[in-house]
Design a protein around this ligand. Structure first.
Ligand code: SF4
Ligand code: SF4
Length: 676
């Protein structure tokens, strides 16, 4: 049992730990309130599976296993010692079993500390940046484990006998000690010294947790517990009519919510977000890891100042706005909002929300944004499409197709409203996909209608670049139209429209069932209403669009459609499903020119070409444009065709021969005159 002095030290350590913890938590209190009282059961489930059992960390097997063993190698012996010293004493046999378990765990933990060192300092994994706090944490854990092992070894060398059989690693250390021929007295002195070293190291490490890198062991599980349970594609709603609001968007650290500030303290700088970021991978100035790190450092500097000012009833000295002072503007605008960072972050840090919130301040309060967006905003304001093409020509794609209009029918007479979207309405290449869907509908006798010139942009392009004001105007206009026609179900071929209509319009009070065409095609195939007959004797590769895959979890329906086509051979890219690499068009980049580094669409084209497939398929108008542009750039458009799954389905259903690779209208400031 622990002696009084030791107990006093344990209590002192606990006090220091909780004092430090409360200081860190108080830092988050400068943030604005946010209701994260979600489904507690789901939060706890996530905490157990992702936080304790390391499910998400283990997605990177090697690094995950290293973290798992170090985590359990530190936590489990600590808990066991604490319980067996203070709460109860185990009977002989369970004690032996526990001894064996701890021995194995210690061996695994010491080995993995070595592996972590090799990974960090010998092979220098490029996604890790080494700082003094990293080596300090590794060394502390190493010395705790080794000193614990020595204590055990000396103990076994003294008591010997049967107990050694239950601790093979301890037995090995005991044999070495016995081999030195030291006396019992010396052993006892050594045991005392090593126990004291071990004991002080453990207490010191625990006391230092709130002030060191090891704090993530506390903050990350909390972050996982309070992770967002909203649909992935929903950005924070801004009440633009709030008369008390002085600003919109984020320009100061204290304008983030407490949960966003907790995020900043939960990052363990593992670099997974950066490794999967298309902007970082193509030499743009953005690293999501650095964004979180810089905001975190700023918060830790700024919070105590704000808290002190608050407690003394004074106003803290103003600091320059975050953008440019902490996060350079070009970093902010480099993001494609692909969500790959968030999907791969083991502790559920929400990068995209922070980036869009900072963009919002730039656009709404400062009027600062990349030049190319001026045209897109103007087009959206005047004609409800980012190219500013005439609103009256929105329905030109249906010329001579006899497409039913919503204004000529009522919702009770149709199964769904077909929401075409801007790109599928105006872009010549993408119009073909819309027309392919029309021919499928007509062939099957589907009851549907379109809005024609009454349709407007769903608002996604404005929202992702921070123009919340414009987004809400566009969204409200569509919502009024939907309400006027009593719309209950919508189908779209655009994953961006899909996410916005399905998830984000609910923030403005409109909900209805929304389907992506891949889901509808899958359902019709499964019900037998669609039967593909025409073979497609080609190998194709499928690119998962970010807003369909990572955002909406729709990975299987498009593959189901492709696999149902006779003779079609589906070849997967190395980066597919949730690992899919962005096409480069999201987050406003469809309307901006990539001037820095490699073009994202060309990098993704390389991924597709690696499969040696004869065609690239996808299910998003943004991706169709970016791939068509990329094959044209590489002058391989005759060799590698780009298809939407709707076009392949039409061909398989109707046997229609069609070359999908017509010239593509790449929207940019240069091509504006060509479009309008
Ligand atoms: S959303 Fe995509 S582009 Fe933006 S930071 Fe995350 S990974 Fe990078
Ligand atoms: S934000 Fe997440 S993925 Fe990125 S370095 Fe931090 S913990 Fe790792």
């Amino acid at each position: 049992m622990l002696k009084f002095m030791d107990l006093f030290l344990v209590v002192l350590t606990a006090g220091f730990f909780f004092w430090g913890l409360s200081k860190r938590i108080r830092n988050w209190s400068i943030g604005i309130p946010e209701d994260r009282n979600q489904n507690l059961k789901e939060g706890i489930r996530s905490l157990l599976i992702d936080g304790i059992l390391h499910k998400k960390i283990l997605e990177d097997r090697y690094a995950g296993l290293i973290h798992l063993f170090i985590f359990f190698g530190f936590i489990v012996p600590f808990c066991v010692v604490l319980l067996t010293q203070i709460v109860f004493t185990l009977p002989a046999f369970p004690a032996k079993l526990l001894s064996l378990f701890l021995d194995i765990l210690a061996a695994a933990a010491i080995t993995t500390v070595f592996l972590a060192f090799i990974r960090r300092y010998i092979f220098r994994n490029p996604r890790l940046d080494n700082r003094p706090q990293d080596i300090t944490a590794l060394l502390l854990i190493f010395f705790i484990l080794v000193s614990g092992l020595f204590v055990e070894g000396i103990r076994l060398s003294v008591i010997g006998g049967e107990s050694q059989a239950w601790a093979p690693l301890g037995k090995a250390v005991a044999s070495i000690i016995n081999g030195t021929g030291m006396s019992l007295n010396t052993k006892q002195t050594l045991a005392f010294i090593f126990f004291r070293i071990h004991f002080f190291l453990v207490l010191g490490t625990i006391a230092s947790i709130p002030f060191s890198k090891l704090f993530h062991a506390v903050s990350s599980p909390m972050n996982i517990l309070f992770r967002s349970q909203k649909p992935k594609g929903i950005l924070t709603h801004i009440n633009l009519e709030d008369e008390d609001a002085e600003t919109f968007g984020i320009s100061k650290i204290e304008e983030f919510t407490w949960k966003h500030l907790m995020d900043l303290d939960s990052c363990m700088r593992c670099g997974r977000c950066q490794e999967h970021c298309p902007a970082f991978q193509t030499q743009k100035p953005l690293s999501p890891k650095e964004v979180i790190d810089k905001l975190g450092n700023h918060m830790r500097r700024r919070s105590p100042v704000l808290l002190k000012a608050r407690s003394s009833g004074k106003t803290a000295e103003e600091t320059p706005p975050l953008v440019d002072a902490v996060i350079p503007g070009d970093v902010l605008w480099a993001c494609t909002t692909c969500r790959s960072c968030m999907e791969h972050c083991p502790v559920y840090i929400e990068h995209v929300d922070k980036i869009v919130d900072m963009r919002r301040y730039q656009v709404l309060m400062e009027g600062k944004f990349p030049n190319e967006l001026t045209l897109a905003f103007k087009g959206l304001e005047t004609n409800s499409n980012p190219w500013g093409m005439s609103r009256e020509s929105r329905g030109d794609w249906m010329e001579d197709m006899n497409v039913p209009l919503m204004s000529d029918t009522s919702f009770s007479e149709i199964d769904f409203l077909f929401f075409v979207g801007c790109i599928r309405s105006y872009d010549d290449r993408n119009k073909k996909v819309t027309q392919a869907m029309m021919r499928i509908f007509k062939h099957l006798g589907v009851k549907f209608a379109v809005l024609g010139n009454e349709e407007g942009c769903c608002g996604d392009p404005a929202r992702r670049v921070g123009n919340e004001y414009l987004y809400q105007i566009l969204a409200q206009t569509n919502i009024e139209t939907f309400r006027r026609y009593g719309i209950k179900k919508i189908m779209t071929t655009c994953p961006h429209c899909y996410n916005t209509l399905k998830n984000e319009y609910a923030q403005l009070g409109f909900t209805c069932e929304v389907l992506h065409h891949s889901q509808w095609l899958q359902r019709e195939l499964e019900s037998g209403k669609i039967q593909f007959k025409e073979p497609f004797a080609k190998s194709v590769t499928y690119h998962d669009p970010c807003y369909l895959g990572r955002y909406s979890g729709i990975y299987d329906p498009p593959r189901h459609v492709l696999k149902a086509v006779p003779s079609l051979c589906l070849k997967e890219m190395t980066l597919s499903r949730r690992d899919s690499f962005c096409c480069g068009a999201g987050g406003g980049w469809m309307w901006m020119d990539e001037k820095i580094g490699q073009r994202i669409n060309l990098k993704r084209l390389d991924d597709a070409l690696e499969t040696n497939a004869g065609a690239i398929t996808t299910a998003c108008p943004f991706c169709i444009t970016m791939f068509s542009d990329a094959v044209k750039d590489r002058e391989i458009e005759e060799k590698v065709k780009v298809w939407d799954i709707a076009e392949i389905a039409e061909r398989a259903l109707l046997g229609k021969e069609e070359n999908p690779s017509e010239p593509v209208l790449k929207p940019s400031s240069d091509s504006e005159s060509e479009i309008s």
